[in-house]
Design a protein around this ligand. Sequence first.
Ligand code: SAH
Ligand code: AVI
Length: 328
Amino acid sequence: MDAHVANEIICRPVRPTKSIPSLTEDVTAGLFATRKHLPAKYFYDERGSALFDQICDEPEYYPTRTEDALLERSAREIIATVEPAQIIEFGSGMSRKIRHLFKACSELECYPTYIPFDVCDDVMIKSGQELSGKFTWLEVAPLSGDYTAGLGNLPVVAGQNLLMFLGGTIGNFTEEQGISFLHEVRGLMSSTDQLLLGADRVKDPDVLHAAYNDVAGITAEFNLNILDVLNRELSADFDRANFEHYAFYNPEENQIEMHLVCMCDQEVWFDALDRSLSFNEGDAIRTEISRKFTRETLEYMFNEAGFEVRSHYESSAIPFSLVLARPR
Ligand code: SAH
Ligand code: AVI
């Protein structure tokens, strides 16, 4: 794996410490199963990342602006508490909200290195260039890779790290996966490191439903883009006109479930797999879960993963949580 360099922002690949399934293995295990599903990480090619960025600006998609406001309000307190030498952010995407922390860093004369860690190099390069233009003291050192492939090769500095996982992305894991990921993060940390986690909360189902069914159809486009990823990466011949975006809130599981529903009987050919897949009208592929937490389920997750909550910043009008936690 080579480093990806653009205008002085160098994305360094992280060596995996665990073996994880390849796209071919994920598709074989997920799409050829009785209940068809795909891991959500495959949404995020360059176009998928740009579409997610557009979703963040849709009026119905409250998480980004709600978390942004929480970060703006709490940034000084967080930086003054942690005084980080490094900020490592998992699934950093466009790194938009972090500007509040860097503004607080400038004011408090604390100058951490920023280490975004994402599967999508393009977004890290673009956002790294923007951030280092705005904060001239900032060194941006992106890491490129899959955070489920093990965190053993991250460049943590003893006792001075702020680790971040924002946007509610923890909700894209099952409960078991989320606890296991946070437990692994906990294993990297010494007693003075801290974790800042953004998690979406249970709320009015209509508000949740609208957020994943924006009238402009950007979320639908984001969902369908995963078929283009499969067409490109596995030389498949999905016709996206034969699928529809379907997202709903499941109140029993406290989660949004996003699907692509097949609108007719069809065969899809995967050249790279040398096999085809039959779909019947009405078959669905589950492409994402987005779990919504209560205060109790959040506390349970932190407790199971070996953390104690230090500060819990919450918004009341539209519930969302930003939690600063430290190893217990
Ligand atoms: N944190 C940002 C972006 C959230 S979108 C925000 O709050 O707005 C989720 C991000 O996680 C995307 O940028 C995607 O590329 C990244 N991502 C998803 N799965 C990943 C994985 N397994 N490893 C690394 N990055 C991943
Ligand atoms: C990245 N993640 C937190 C988003 C979410 O809300 O679960 C992804 C997303 N899917 C549809 N819209 C946004």
